[in-house]
Write a new protein. Sequence first.
Length: 150
Amino acid sequence: MVRILSILPGVVGVLCVVLLLGSLTGISLPEERSAIDMVPCEFEDPELCLIAMTGDNISPPLIFGILNIDLQITWSESDDAWFAVVESEAAIICPPDEETLLTDCTVKDVEDYIIVGGSDEIDGEVNWNIKTDDYRIISGGREGADIGDQ
């Protein structure tokens, strides 16, 4: 019993060193791509255009609460469209249509719920530190974006 107890601090020390090295180097996952439909916009001001919203909440696992996860999101059509991550409560005031996922709202209606992104993001890149809250994704078109641009 004494031998086991004398080895235990060494095992715990090795485990701590492994965790320390793992946290210093970080983990990079492979790139994953998803397609988001662009919403047509016929106005010069993107804040006048209707937005689309995901139909379901995005619910990250509870373990994300203790992890520091930075998500880098890029999109190639930043000249024609924008997107944002919003709190799930935005769906209460702007529920998406079940078929088209379009809402009857503009970005101004949900601007208090935007976490990252939005119509003012023009460089095509968003960095998001994801937590355990429920989220939704919204998207909208910029001036002149139409269905043919998708």
